[in-house]
Design a protein. Structure first.
Length: 321
């Protein structure tokens, strides 16, 4: 049993209210008496009032005034907490200060050995975050609060191909983090439809007095997936598509805004997708040809032949045999 699991087990044994000797605890946990005393020191350092009484009626016990069980984390759980904070901060999560404060409370409850182990475990991972406008974080908070409160907001939004921002009123349904960018999924009053808005393109935001009711069980990630589904050419049977290539090349294909929704399996050398045949024949050959000889189509044969036909037509067009 791991050290922290043993400590927690010892705590539960002592919470029974009985006085136990170090030898009894050691036998119960199958550890040495010396280890029992080390665990007692660690529990005391964590704020647990463990008392060791000597003499004929002596033993180890916990004071009756103790009501709470401190949280114990094993080294990998602590590492996961710290690494998660790094990822959240790198993503521009709007509550990183609160997350850091919560993590500090956890670290304050560790004894010196745990702190040293935590520093050693987490010192090798860093997240390099993309540069973001400082205004994005308060915008994320306001949008999330508007979504929770059902409050319509007025935004000045600048599209990618426009120099000037246009004003519109939207009902924020939720936020999504996708490909290093934050998006607000909202009902746009001007378009009378649900739209996505890149948060870093919102120049101003102001709440209004209007309220709205968000659709039940709305999911921003499901909305993104549904948008991709709408790009399919037909319903019905799906075709298995297997693509072989170098890891970096497959990363690009699997990360494509459309293709990533159809990914079913991925290895270092191969990616598998499920897609209807009409969509596959219409969009996929041209897209996959942009990767040249960096990939190989394993199946279906129909897709391989389609790419061959297109490549042959291009060669003939340029007078090449």
């Amino acid at each position: 049993m791991a050290k922290w699991d043993n400590m927690l087990s010892m705590l539960w044994i002592l919470r029974s209210g009985r006085k136990l000797t170090a030898a009894q605890i050691a036998d119960s946990l199958e550890i040495s008496v010396r280890t029992v005393y080390r665990y007692i020191d660690a529990l005391c350092a964590s704020g647990v009032p463990v008392v060791a009484e000597s003499g004929h009626d002596g033993g180890i016990r916990i004071l009756e005034s103790f009501k709470e069980t401190p949280l114990f984390f094993n080294p990998m759980e602590l590492k996961a907490l710290v690494d998660s904070y790094k990822f959240a901060k790198g993503a521009g999560y709007p509550y990183t200060e609160q997350l850091e404060s919560a993590l500090q409370k956890v670290e304050n409850g560790l004894h010196e050995e745990q702190r040293h182990d935590l520093f050693r475990q987490t010192g090798g991972l860093d997240i390099i975050a993309p540069a973001r406008p400082p205004a994005v974080i308060p915008l994320l908070r306001e949008l999330e609060q508007a979504a929770m409160g059902g409050r319509t907001v007025r935004i000045a939004y600048r599209k990618a191909n426009e120099e000037k921002a246009g004003e519109r009123e939207v009902d924020p349904y939720g936020l999504a983090y996708d490909r290093n960018e934050w998006y607000a999924v909202a009902f746009c009053h001007r378009a009378q439809a649900v739209r996505t808005f890149r948060v870093d393109r919102i120049e101003r935001l102001a709440p209004t007095e209007a309220v709205f009711a968000k659709p039940e069980c709305f999911s921003a990630s499901a909305y993104f997936r549904d948008q991709s589904e709408q790009g399919r050419e037909a319903d019905g049977p799906l075709t298995v598509i297997r693509v072989e290539g170098e890891s970096d090349t497959l990363n690009a294909i699997c990360g494509h805004w459309h293709m990533r929704h159809y990914l079913t399996e991925r290895t270092d050398r191969e990616a598998r997708f499920l897609l209807d045949a009409p969509t596959m024949n219409k969009y996929l050959p041209i897209y996959l040809m942009t990767f040249g000889t960096a990939i190989r189509i394993l199946e279906p044969a129909e897709l391989k032949h389609r790419i061959q036909d297109i490549a042959s037509g291009i060669a003939k067009h340029h007078g090449l045999d």
